[in-house]
Design a protein around this ligand. Structure first.
Ligand code: OAD
Length: 239
């Protein structure tokens, strides 16, 4: 069967990566993630925003894929055609065994110059990452080509999604025979409009989320539990 998984921050919660709408801690406790994830915030205070993303990147580096990530890869081994569309900027789907995932909101480990888009090898966001625990303000490195500041490779609020990722996601949602939506509040558009592309075609939509979300009304079935447990149930049913 052709199965699409559309995942959000709740997918990585059991790996210890906080969701977007969790309260922040430490240096960041006075901020809301939404106010840090914009180009305006970066231009106003680059060291604050670069430091925040370096802290997030360090956390992701230390995190391990959870039973949910591994479970999705198990669907592939059991012969299903599986495609993953994620709003997450971590690499836990790939480390959990998926050859590729469509990253609608970019990737943490793909920083580039804010002004000219140049990249650098190795990616400066990983420099000394293992030593970062609580996170500190940190001036972003300067671009070798134009001197502009490096920014994380994620999509900020107010920015367009990467065109190729969006086109691929629309195609995936247009051809799947089962859609599983995991751990997203379904509040951030345009990603939040994707489940409807499947449901209007009559495709079965299953949601996995411990609580009600904006996706719930169009889901045919809601598994009210964490990602790992929900995916295990679906594996028993379909694999
Ligand atoms: P949110 O933080 O908005 O929502 C996380 C969802 O995961 C909530 O509905 C939780 O109930 C659910 N959840 C929590 N723990 C879970 C678990 N163990 N298993 C399953 N579900 C769980 O995250 P997203 O919906 O991904 O965008 O947020 C969408 C976008 O908003 C993010 O990609 C990011 C953010 O701001 C950008 O940065 C552009």
């Amino acid at each position: 069967m052709r199965i699409a998984f559309l995942t959000g921050a709740g997918m990585s919660a059991e790996s210890g990566v906080p969701t977007f709408r969790d309260a922040l801690t430490g240096l960041w406790s006075r901020y809301d993630a939404m106010t840090l994830a914009t180009e305006d915030a970066f231009r106003r205070d680059p060291a604050l925003v670069w430091g925040w993303y370096r802290w997030r990147a360090a956390m992701v580096r230390r995190a391990r894929p959870n039973a949910g990530h591994f479970g999705i890869a198990e669907f592939v081994r059991s012969g299903h055609a599986v495609e993953v569309v994620t709003q997450n900027v971590d690499d836990l789907h790939e480390r959990g065994g998926m050859r590729e995932a469509i990253h609608l909101h970019g990737r943490l480990f793909a920083s580039r110059c804010l002004d000219c888009g140049a990249t650098r090898e190795p990616d400066p966001i990983v420099d000394g990452l293992d030593a970062i625990v609580d996170g500190v303000r940190e001036t972003p490195p300067a671009c070798d080509a134009c001197g502009g500041p490096f920014r994380p490779g994620v999509v900020w609020f107010g920015e367009a999604l990467p065109e190729d990722a969006w086109a691929s996601a629309v195609a995936v949602l247009g051809r799947c025979e089962l859609l599983v939506v995991v751990g997203t509040s379904g509040l951030v558009h345009p990603a939040a409009s994707l489940p409807r592309l499947a449901s209007t075609r009559g495709t079965r939509v299953i949601e996995i989320n411990p609580v009600d979300s904006a996706v719930s009304p169009l889901a045919h079935e809601c598994l009210r539990m964490p990602a790992g447990a929900g995916i295990r149930i679906l594996l028993e049913r379909y694999a």
